[in-house]
Design a protein around this ligand. Structure first.
Ligand code: FAD
Length: 372
């Protein structure tokens, strides 16, 4: 099998293929993973999905844990802490718990939520309630894909060819800048760059780029949880929350006090890395081609919002970067058969970490349906 793209989608498929006894060649134009898969929060955000995506995300979980054990990277069954800072935010969490049950959505008191955030005891008044979503996983995005790529390269039936750009695919053959590579089955997993390689397919699915502003900050003293932390703006972006009756009220409420955050498409969330520093973000800007310029106001808004949740006046930024993922108004997944034995798979909804191993499992048991 030949897999184009050493991001998490290509590598999860390579892991499953090797686990199923196949031989695999992974091709990537770069020298190591530097795409969306290393730029994100390392959050396998299972519980916040709904419907078919929830089922696929739940399938992803055991795959992540098996891969982490095999390739030796950190994967924490740390869940997600959702912080509620108003009665409406708490109502959305209550409604989710009513549907999913108390094991999947564990209610937290204001005190428990504030304590989990490491908030000082006299700085907790703004917290109303919270919930722990225990099914979610955490990985270090800077470690997971590179470790998996190493594992594939060191496997007796695996190889990874870096610095090899793919220029075309047809049944049995992948054309690259270093000559042809052959395989009975070919998977094209090039993320948002699907429009460079397969412009007609990308156009037909309405693929565009979503650009996100991210930063790594020093953790305030006391903040030690490995759980991902989501807030009100997160509840406006993930289907598990947006499908609750109180979500419409929540949108009005957030619009009233934080319209600028909605204007930059904010999902105010953060995750702690094993070294103790914290990944914070993010904003969402959509375009076919991404501009290189970032308005500093975007960072001011995000950093200020995260600082408020953590109960500190400001955060010390250690790094900033832009992430890009594939997005489409036509659906969360692009799965197209291009020719016999040749399939393209891009996640077009910003949840590729969450779905990766579920998609790979579905590819190999034949249940992954094409989307056009
Ligand atoms: C800031 C940010 C935050 C995110 N947060 C989350 C989150 O919390 N949870 C979640 O589930 N998801 C999240 N995502 C989304 C997730 O990161 C992506 O959906 C996922 O990483 C996509 O994986 P991929 O393998 O398709 O793409 P990529 O990781 O971009 O990999 C694609 C690979 O293909 C290679 N490639 C492209 N074209 C060619 C070519 N012609 N020839 C050879 N190689 C090629 C590239 O070099 C690259 O290595 C986030 C994304 C970003 C950017």
């Amino acid at each position: 099998m030949v897999i184009v793209g050493a991001g998490i989608i290509g590598l999860a498929h390579a892991f499953e293929a090797l686990s199923n006894g196949l031989s695999v060649t992974v091709l990537d134009r770069d020298r190591r993973p530097v795409g969306a898969s290393v730029r994100n929060f390392g959050h396998c955000c299972i519980s916040a999905q709904d419907g078919e995506l929830l089922a696929l995300a739940q399938r992803s979980r055991p795959g992540w844990l098996r891969a982490a054990e095999a390739a030796g990277f950190w994967a924490a069954e740390a869940g997600t802490l959702v912080v509620a800072r108003s009665a409406t935010e708490a109502a959305v969490l209550d409604e989710l718990r009513a549907e999913r049950g108390g094991d999947a959505v564990r209610p937290y008191t204001a005190e428990q939520t504030a304590a989990a955030l490491g908030r000082a005891e006299d700085e907790r008044d703004d917290i109303t309630a919270g919930a722990l979503l225990p099914a979610d996983l955490r990985v270090n995005p800077r470690e997971a894909a590179p470790a998996l790529a190493r594992w594939v390269a060191e496997h007796p039936r695996g190889r990874v060819l870096w610095g090899t750009a793919v220029t075309g695919v047809e049944s049995g053959t992948v054309h690259t800048t270093r000559g042809a590579v052959h395989g009975e089955r070919i998977l094209v997993c090039v993320g948002h760059d699907v429009d460079y390689l397969l412009p007609d397919i990308a156009e037909d699915h309405g693929v565009e780029r979503c650009r996100l502003s991210m930063a790594r900050v020093e953790a305030p003293a006391g903040f030690r949880t490995d759980s991902a932390v989501l807030t009100a703006t997160s509840m406006l972006r993930y289907d598990a929350f947006t499908s609750r009756p109180a979500a419409a009220r929540l949108r009005e409420e957030v619009l009233g006090h934080s319209a600028e955050l909605l204007e930059i498409g904010a999902n105010v969330m953060f995750t702690r890395l094993p070294d103790g520093t914290v990944l914070v973000g993010d904003s969402h800007h959509y375009d076919a081609t991404t501009p290189p310029f970032v308005d500093e106001r975007t960072y001011e808004l995000l950093l200020d919002a995260v600082a408020k949740v953590l109960g500190v006046p400001r955060l010390r930024v250690l790094e900033r970067w832009q992430g890009v993922y594939a997005s489409s108004p036509r659906g969360p997944l692009l799965v197209r058969d291009l020719a016999p034995g040749v399939r393209a798979i891009s996640v077009t909804s910003g949840i590729g970490m969450t779905l990766s191993f579920g998609l790979a499992a579905a590819t190999f048991d034949g249940t992954l349906a094409t989307t056009g």
